[in-house]
Design a protein around this ligand. Structure first.
Ligand SMILES: C[S@@+](CC[C@H](N)C(=O)[O-])C[C@H]1O[C@@H](n2cnc3c(N)ncnc32)[C@H](O)[C@@H]1O
Length: 225
């Protein structure tokens, strides 16, 4: 369907534990399909749905889901070792409210997520693609930002964080250009209008790498009007 993708499949080796989890705990995985998923059926209930895109090794996903058993979490990632790791976390912590789709999130959103069905999107430290010739691979750009807005319920939110200043400014402008999205922090730190760090967001692996390089962390928060 798409030619320019926001990822290059990393060839990371899976640890023995990740491989074992990948095989043993596949009941938490949902296969990619070209039809809208029935959230009530896959989670066994009507709790609000959060979709996390690019969960990496899934540390933040597991902690957030564990702290919010009354919400459902759908993690979308293409990195197999990360899928294996999160499957292991789900089992270890006895979590009932996470499902995983191992596929390109852009196609997952377009094909599997019904309009106005998602309460929140979490996108922590998306690949920054810093070189200008690679900017076209950046995930937080139109038309994807519009697709995210279309899938949100009214009052639902998109929360993203990045340690790349120019990507943060770029993404802010891309979100601000979507008419259905409102930035409650517009003007707070003018001219950028970033959000304060929310207390519920655990530190992620890529955030730690950014901090080690003295990068400033930027938080973006938009609400579906
Ligand atoms: C820089 S890493 C951040 C991982 C994690 N969120 C963190 O903060 O540590 C970005 C992740 O997004 C995933 N990714 C990028 N584009 C994606 C897409 N279109 N669909 C699914 N996953 C994607 C990559 O595989 C990678 O694991």
């Amino acid at each position: 369907m798409r030619e320019i993708r926001s990822f290059v499949l990393r060839s990371g080796r899976m640890s023995a534990a990740q491989k074992r989890s990948y095989g043993l705990y596949s009941r938490w995985r949902v296969p990619f399909a070209r039809e809208f998923l029935d959230s009530e059926k896959i989670f066994g209930g009507k709790n609000p749905l959060t979709v996390e895109i690019g969960f990496g090794m899934g540390e933040a996903t597991a902690l957030i889901a564990e702290g919010n058993p009354d919400k459902n979490y759908l993690g979308v990632e293409v990195y197999k070792p990360g899928v294996g790791k999160l499957l292991w976390e789900i089992e270890k912590r006895g979590l009932q409210n996470i499902r995983i789709i191992e596929h390109d999130a852009v196609e997952v959103l377009a094909c599997m997520i019904a309009p106005a069905s998602v309460h929140a999107f979490h996108i922590f430290f998306p690949d920054p693609w810093p070189k200008k010739k690679h900017h076209k691979r950046r995930l937080l750009a139109r038309s994807f930002t519009g697709l995210l807005a279309e899938k949100l319920v009214k009052g639902g939110y998109i929360y993203a964080a990045t340690d790349w200043e120019d990507y943060a400014e770029w993404a802010l402008a891309e979100f601000a250009a979507v008419p259905e999205l409102v930035n409650p922090h517009a003007g707070s730190f003018a001219p950028q209008s970033f959000a304060p760090r929310p207390p519920w967001r655990p530190q992620t692996k890529f955030e730690q790498k950014g901090i080690a390089k003295n990068h400033k962390i930027r938080e973006l928060y938009f609400v579906r009007s």
